[in-house]
Design a protein around this ligand. Structure first.
Ligand SMILES: [Zn+2]
Length: 410
């Protein structure tokens, strides 16, 4: 879950006991492939089939099939209830989760797909390599239809860890007044147990696997909540079915560029203060969904936000090139020639606010410096207490866009 202190209030921690079902692997595989074939045709392009097969193998090895089929039911149950929510998760780094409809974030590399004949092309453009949502318009070379662009280039390691051993779980931010409703809904529909909020230990019980879900009440102004509540609680409304590649309306971005407007769509007061100070000082501009996701990452970065804000305000640093999520650190280190094991470890310790302790190890510090990582960069890492994943930042940006677009004409 997000580490913002504001969220650390009375949330409900639920545990769901799921029997391991021998047919789950096959059911998962068939659900995932059927959705991917709808989008990308059958047979799938090699890059997509390689990715999905690799993920399926990991899911089988860790007995995750039953777990994720249950998570899918949870998300469907919440969606079907019309309860407004913000999802906190890194699901977007999993193609399986995307295919199961548990996230709008597509983890494949940037690409175009034709909704008409299902022709797929991966983008060669280095500029937009990490966000296919902002690729220029393109017509299908086979049938002439306007193609859909998508993909955010998120490896599965950013969801399950370098050794695939991270405990997956979900957290939902819901309006304060509706948090009891959310808990009762899940208690009625699933076999859930309320747990101590600090207890994340997976119990070991033969034949079962355990899922975790947190319901976290928001602390935003009730009036602001009404705006996103009214828009996201109508599942039939146009915005609720907006796909990420449709999130291109300049009027929505213009609307979100106004501090008082953007603030209405954020679930926590701390986030509201941060967005107001960023926009009021012209430290960021909101032109597309990629910008929006970087801004959402920044306001969820504990301590780092305050540290970098003066440089953003003075124009010394461009928010698009600064650290706004964990993966930025990993990619920077790998680009400087560090091995992925070391890069991942530095990223993980930094996002937990423990960069100072690992950088006290002189050998590691020297290794980083010898790869042309600057002292300033190391100082930046030490000043970070928490960083969201890029998948989470994208998810938040898409939820903000969907809610805001309900209140923008045209
Ligand atoms: Zn086509």
């Amino acid at each position: 879950m997000n580490n913002n202190s504001s969220i650390d209030q009375s949330y409900t921690h639920l545990e769901i006991k799921i029997p391991l079902d021998p047919s789950a692997n096959e059911r998962l595989r068939s659900a995932v492939l059927s959705r991917l074939h709808e989008l990308y045709g059958d047979p799938l392009p090699d890059a997509i089939s390689d990715r999905v097969n690799a993920e399926l193998d990991i899911f089988y090895n860790y007995f995750y099939s039953s777990l994720f089929l249950t998570y899918q039911k949870l998300v469907n149950c919440i969606n079907g209830s019309g309860l407004p929510y913000y999802l906190f998760s890194s699901n977007g780094a999993s193609l399986i989760c995307y295919a199961l409809g548990m996230t709008l974030v597509n983890p494949l590399p940037a690409h175009y797909r034709c909704a008409s004949c299902r022709h797929t092309e991966f983008s060669n453009s280095a500029d937009s390599s990490d966000c296919g949502l902002i690729l220029p318009e393109k017509h299908c070379p086979l049938c002439g239809a306007l193609m859909v662009s998508d993909g955010n280039d998120l490896p599965i390691e950013f969801f399950l860890g370098l050794r695939y051993d991270k405990t997956p779980y979900l957290a939902l931010a819901v309006p304060h007044a509706m948090s009891d409703d959310a808990v009762s809904l899940l208690e009625r529909s699933f076999s859930v147990t309320r747990k101590d909020p600090r207890d994340y230990k997976f119990p070991m019980e033969e034949g079962f696997i355990f899922a975790y879900l947190d319901i976290v009440p928001t602390d935003s102004d009730p009036e602001s909540e009404m705006l996103w509540r009214s828009s996201s609680s109508a599942p039939s409304a146009s915005s609720a079915s907006l796909a990420p590649y449709e999130m291109t309306n300049a009027r929505v971005f213009e609307y979100l560029s106004r501090p008082e407007s953007f603030a209405c769509y954020l679930p926590y007061r701390d986030d509201v203060q941060m967005i107001k100070s960023l926009l009021a000082a012209d430290a960021v501009s909101v032109n597309n969904i990629s910008d929006l996701s970087k801004i959402c990452g920044l306001i969820n970065s504990v301590n780092w936000f305050g540290f970098i804000l003066p440089s953003l305000k003075s124009g010394a640093v461009d928010y698009r090139s600064t650290i706004t999520c964990r993966e930025d650190i990993f990619r920077t280190l790998v680009a400087h020639g560090l091995d992925s094991e070391t890069s991942y470890r530095v990223m993980e310790m930094t996002r937990k606010g423990r960069a100072a302790s690992i950088l006290a190890d002189n050998a590691l510090r020297q290794q980083l410096l010898s790869h042309d990582i600057s002292e300033d960069y190391l100082t930046s890492l030490v000043n970070i207490r928490y960083l969201p994943t890029r998948a989470h930042a994208l998810e938040l940006a898409m939820t903000v866009y969907r809610n805001a677009s309900e209140n923008v004409q045209g």
